[in-house]
Design a protein around this ligand. Structure first.
Ligand code: MCN
Length: 764
């Protein structure tokens, strides 16, 4: 069927307030954190104190003797009931509880179970573990050549179509290396007017959802039910069924609203642990982390990016070489996909004939890294847009004009060879430039305080191929219930999906009931990730609605209703059943076309169903006497095709901007020899309301995504892409110094100023 056949009936494009707003503000909306079961035990985790070591002995006796303790569970106890207790979406590398070895400080080693959480916590503290320490590796570049191996052998999971090529290597810390070759970069460098090379780094940061990780499991009659704050319950079901050797229909995974996810609550986090614990304890078990424990669960990849470009006199980039090292920590999680799917866009949204990319996902003895809003893209944009700005300045070219000359236009091939379509990069750049007043004179400050402006642009491909299935259920009174596995973690999908279903069916969005993801009830969805849901699930819903409409038309024909008679749905049912009775169920599924990249060259003519782009404009004020800076204005412009709900798109943009602002100027996990020095929110600062830029804006460039539901594409991550380099570029514009490693702190700016003045501060 033709997905663009739907003509909007006006529900799409409305800035409808969120359908669950009242329930949230009155405290009646369900969150798994508040979920309790009779007889439920609470699990508290004892964690590794060493970065890499063999477990010599775990002494549980003192903990087990504490009154009220139900049981102490170790990895060996779990191995008795799950013989191969390793999980992961790319490699089966992560044990439910450490087995034989620990690979990072904070890794779960044992769990204390008690009805009272305080007793469980005291018991977890009373567990003592002896280790034989092993050599460790922490840096992503060193990991590639290090001989201290985090894993002895890699076991590919084989779960996802796009990760089927992973190999079971030995004696390496490289989980995946992705290579892209287009043209001849070396020849171009040799002949170039100018060659520029830089290195940029990003730090390890955390998702910090306000609702920390939480899962509850119960088991009965050979079946398991997991209530969990998860962004992809369908994956959890498949993985738990595999671990237990059960059929999928014996595992139920349900979610509620999530108090934020940001990519952290993907794949398996606590779900395998609570399942094993409930099977051992024969009682329902809940594990909910503290905010601080989240530092040891999943994080964003630190990254080192070496970038080199050949540029002509008149400012055309003719070759680019990218070496990207992602630090995946002790377990791969979805890191291999980050290195590959974000890696192929490492050369930026530019039309460059010769591109060479090597992107590595590495294992180190740090907390694991996975998906975090932007999926590796913000680290890349940080590097290529800082680099782009440095080139423009070195060649005395206006940074916007330099970008304009090199931008990828529709119809031109991206580095993979996939031709760009429906990617209004130029419009996004121009809008951001206009919004910040680019090219217009502005107050450059006075005395020690200087002002500057910066701009940056980034893009990201949608992860492909992924599948979504939806069910539209029309009841006897004509009301519509939508069964869709997209998880609303705050991004507003419940509202947007209701709008899409309602628009297709010609009813009011407010009247649609959207059922939260529950694998016993809602059909398969690959996951709420990669800003894929509006497009993929939106199309599945559109198809489900078309199926329901076709069935309604067949019913009308069966009842002899003349074509064109606009009989209410309830009336059709009444005529069929003689009462308010019956259902019509429409189903729809969507999976885009995709061609895997060539393993040697990374080339494919079908890398992604759509591209998402965003540009940030920034104005800063820097105090040259202290290095302190203030962000006066931050404007983020993104393209989302058609906005299903324009108001939500704007808040998605500003929310993502603020998140990335935190990663740019405040946040950073600091380690000494693998020990996290700041595992608390007193020392790891996230932005508060007083840290907001004086002006923070989000703007949409409206376009139309071919093939998208009502012309829509994703936008949930776009606001993160270009924030960091826009800020660094503005600081450079103000005071002439360049910060190349995140976070940008006043101290770094001050040191750079002193260095530029020929009077460097001594290192600490
Ligand atoms: N939208 C729209 N029109 C469009 C595109 C999007 O109206 N053309 C609106 C819809 O309300 C939709 C939302 O924006 O629900 C985001 O849509 P989309 O870009 O398709 O992203 P997903 O629904 O797949 O959500 C995931 C995405 C990701 S990957 C992360 S990470 C993320 C995010 O969205 N985490 C979030 N936004 C978040 N927002 C909040 N509040 N909390 C998180 O954890």
């Amino acid at each position: 069927m033709n997905d663009t056949a739907f003509v909007s009936t006006g529900q799409v494009g409305r800035s409808l307030p969120r359908v669950e707003a009242r329930a949230k503000v009155t405290g009646t909306a369900e969150y798994i954190h508040n979920f309790r079961l009779p007889g439920m035990l609470i699990g508290k985790i004892c964690r590794s104190t060493v970065p890499h070591g063999r477990i010599r002995h775990i002494d549980t006796s003192a903990a087990a003797a504490i009154p009220g303790v139900y049981a102490i569970v170790t990895g060996e106890d779990i191995r008795k009931i799950i013989p191969d207790p390793y999980y992961g979406p790319a490699f089966h590398d992560q044990p439910i509880l450490a087995l034989d070895k620990v690979r990072f400080v904070g890794e779960p080693v044992a769990v204390a179970l008690a009805a009272d959480p305080h007793i469980a916590e005291n018991a977890a503290r009373a567990i003592t573990v002896e280790y034989d320490e092993l050599p460790a590796v922490y840096d992503e570049v060193e990991a590639v050549t290090a001989t201290a191996y985090v894993h002895d052998v890699l076991k590919p999971a084989g779960t996802f179509a796009d990760l089927k090529h992973l190999v079971g290597r030995r004696q390496t810390n490289v989980a995946l290396d992705f290579h892209l070759r287009r043209g001849d970069v070396e020849a171009e460098f040799a002949a170039a007017d100018h060659v520029f090379a830089h290195e940029f780094r990003t730090q390890q940061v955390m998702h910090t959802p306000l609702e920390p990780f939480v899962s509850v499991a119960e088991a009965a009659n050979g079946a398991v039910t997991i209530h969990t704050a998860s962004q992809n319950p369908s994956f959890v079901r498949v993985e738990i069924a595999r671990l237990l050797g059960l059929k999928e229909n014996r595992v139920r995974v349900r979610t509620a609203f999530l108090g934020g996810g940001f990519g952290g609550k993907l794949y398996i986090k606590l779900e395998a642990l609570v399942t094993a614990l409930t099977l051992i304890a024969q009682r329902p078990v809940k594990v909910s982390l503290t905010m601080e424990e989240q530092f040891f669960t999943i994080t964003r990849h630190p990254c080192t990016f070496r970038i080199k470009s050949a540029v002509t006199k008149d400012g055309r980039v003719t070759a680019r070489k990218c070496e990207v090292y992602y630090n995946g920590g002790a377990y791969a999680d979805i890191g291999p996909r980050v290195a590959q799917k974000s890696g192929f866009a490492a050369a930026g949204p530019y039309d460059i004939a010769n591109v060479h990319i090597d992107s590595f996902e590495t294992y180190t003895n740090r907390p694991p890294a996975g998906a975090l809003r932007g999926f590796g893209t913000p680290q890349l944009v940080w590097a290529y847009e800082s680099h782009t700005d440095l080139i423009a300045r070195a060649l005395s070219l206006d940074p916007v004009e330099f970008r304009r000359r090199n931008l990828l236009r529709d119809g031109r091939p991206q580095a993979t060879g996939t031709v760009m379509r429906d990617a209004p990069l130029a419009a996004v750049l121009e809008r951001a430039a206009a919004a910040i007043g680019w090219g217009q004179p502005f107050d450059r400050g006075s005395g020690p305080v200087k002002r500057g402006r910066g701009i940056a642009i980034g893009f990201k491909a949608s992860i492909s191929p992924t599948a979504s299935v939806a069910i539209v259920n029309l009841s006897g009174d004509g009301s519509c219930t939508l069964y869709c596995g997209t998880v609303d973690m705050g991004q507003g999908s419940t509202t947007a999906m209701a709008q899409i279903a309602a628009d297709c069916l010609g009813i009011e969005a407010e009247t649609v009931r959207v059922i939260a993801a529950d694998t016993d009830v809602t059909p398969y969805d690959m996951g709420t990730l990669g800003s894929r849901s509006t497009y993929h699930m939106g199309l599945a819903i559109q198809r489900a609605a078309a199926d329901a409409k076709a069935k309604l038309a067949a019913l009308a024909a069966e009842l002899g209703v003349p074509e064109g008679t606009n009989l209410p749905i309830a009336e059709l049912f009444r005529r069929k059943y003689g009462a308010q009775a019956g259902n019509i169920i429409g189903t729809g599924s969507f999976m885009p076309s995709h061609k895997s990249p060539d393993p040697q060259t990374g080339q494919t003519d079908d890398a992604t169903p759509y591209w998402m782009s965003a540009a940030t404009g920034c104005e800063v004020e820097v105090d040259t006497e202290t290095g302190r800076f203030r962000i006066l204005r931050l404007v983020n412009v993104a393209d989302c095709g058609t906005a299903i709900n324009p108001r939500i798109v704007e808040t998605q943009l500003t929310g993502a901007t603020v998140m990335q602002l935190g990663f740019t100027v405040y946040e950073g996990m600091e380690f000494t020899d693998g020990q996290l020095r700041n595992p608390s929110f007193a020392e790891y600062k996230i932005p508060g309301i007083r840290d907001m830029p004086a002006r923070l804006e989000g703007e949409i460039v409206t376009s139309r995504q071919g093939g998208g539901p009502f012309g829509a594409k994703g936008v949930g991550e776009s606001g993160t892409y270009a924030v960091s380099p826009a800020i660094a570029n503005a600081i450079h514009d103000a005071v002439g110094v360049r910060i190349s490693a995140l976070p940008i702190t006043a101290e770094k700016v001050y040191r750079a100023l002193r260095e530029a003045a020929g009077n460097p501060l001594p290192e600490d």
